[in-house]
Ligand binder design. Structure first.
Ligand code: MEV
Length: 400
């Protein structure tokens, strides 16, 4: 796509010029430009939820400088908080020197949960279910289009809870490949299809049939390397600032009170892309925070370490070892690029175009890279001038 240099002055353009630049660089059409300014029509809003009385507008910005797996990516973000778009763009610019973001993801497997009660013997019930898994697969694969695309039921897991406040429970996990859909409707339908057979075979009683937002079979990972030198500020060397950022991360890794705020900063970036692309940010939030507590102690979602890596010297004659911060972020990432608001909302469709029409895994990976960038930007600000200064600069601009 575009050369990075083309977007370095993007923030200096007027809004009209920025839209025109996006249109020129990415081939956006009139409908896209209208979607950016007009958003959702009254009629479209009426079809989305109940008792509609209007539409609520938020600013959409575009974060620049992202290099992800060697591709230039512009990131549309919808957010009401100042400094978020500028922060991720700054972090992405620094990360480019270390090669940008490296990302990967698992297959898009969601977990559906079926709650089975009144089971006298867990082992017997599980054996009976295992014996009819082929039949359950057939019932669960209710969507021939999804199957044709390689999606559908992938397996079952059985979890037992002998002592709950409501008595013993057998929980059946249906693992379901949702391809490019977020998958809530598909998975819930699959669970409803298998429920009668599960009850019949086990003699148990089915209660809930619902997907889990702890989508830890649908993971996305991002990492980056940030050289310390350019972090130098106000008489402090880049190395000092890098160490202060590392200390800030270490604080979040041990203290849940800090980790909640630290992770909130990560979600500032991720939610903004989720909203821009019409994805369910509450589902992503729920998954992220549950994942952050997976060890029994709520902790930081990111990991940062100090490391030495070679950098070309200024005269470009030899490589020199330099201190770097290495950051990683792995998250459950239940996002889609087809269906729901991603398809129904015209601005979400345009946002996906700006991102280069990624598939669901590609979008998940971009979002995790944005979360990591956001976390770096917040830690850098906190470990140097403090968060208020940046915010206040923007407030000053707003009140001019
Ligand atoms: C503010 O929206 C987010 C931060 O509090 C995140 C953090 O403290 O790491 C700045």
């Amino acid at each position: 796509m575009t050369e990075e240099i083309n977007f370095t002055q993007f923030y200096k353009l007027s809004q009209i010029e920025r839209r025109q630049k996006l249109a020129d660089e990415l081939g956006l059409d009139e409908a896209d430009l209208t979607a950016l300014t007009n958003g959702l029509s009254t009629e479209q809003a009426e079809l989305m939820i109940e008792n509609v009385v209007g539409q609520y507008a938020l600013p959409m910005g575009v974060a620049t400088h992202f290099l992800i797996n060697g591709s230039e990516i512009l990131v549309p973000m919808v957010v009401e908080e100042p400094s978020v778009v500028a922060g991720v763009s700054y972090a992405a610019k620094l990360a480019r020197r270390g090669g940008g973001f490296l990302t990967y993801s698992s297959d898009p497997i969601m977990i559906g949960q079926l709650q089975l009660l009144d089971i006298a013997n867990f082992d017997e019930a599980i054996n009976k279910l295992k014996a009819i898994e082929v039949e359950l697969f057939r019932l669960a694969n209710h969507d021939p289009v999804l199957q044709k695309l390689g999606g559908g039921a992938q397996g079952f897991e059985y979890r037992t809870f002998p002592n709950t406040p409501a008595g013993p429970m057998l929980i059946i996990h249906l693992l379901y490949d949702c391809r490019d859909a977020m998958g809530a409707n598909t998975v819930n339908t699959a669970l409803e299809k298998i429920a009668p057979k599960v009850a019949e075979v086990t003699g148990g009683r089915v209660n809930l049939r619902i997907l889990s937002n702890l989508a830890d079979q649908r993971m996305a990972h991002a990492e980056c390397l940030i050289v310390a030198d350019p972090l130098a500020r106000e008489g402090r060397s880049g190395e000092e600032v890098a160490r202060a950022i590392f200390e800030a991360w270490a604080f979040a890794s041990v203290d849940p009170y800090r980790a909640a705020t630290h992770n909130k900063g990560i979600m500032n970036g991720i939610d903004a892309v989720a909203i821009a692309t019409g994805n369910d940010w509450r589902a992503i939030e729920a998954g992220a925070h549950a994942y952050a507590a997976r060890s029994g102690q709520y902790t930081s979602l990111t990991q940062w370490s100090l490391t030495t890596a070679p950098v070309m010297n200024e005269s470009e004659t030899r490589l020199e070892p330099k201190l770097h911060l290495r950051g990683t972020l792995s998250l459950p990432m239940a996002v889609g690029t087809v269906g729901g608001a991603t398809t129904a909302h015209p601005t979400a469709r345009t946002a996906l175009k700006i991102l280069g029409q990624p598939d669901a895994r590609g979008l998940a990976e971009i979002m995790v890279a944005v979360g990591l960038a956001q976390n770096f930007a917040a830690l850098r600000a906190l470990a140097t001038e403090g968060i208020q200064q940046g915010h206040m600069r923007l407030h000053a601009r707003k009140n001019k």
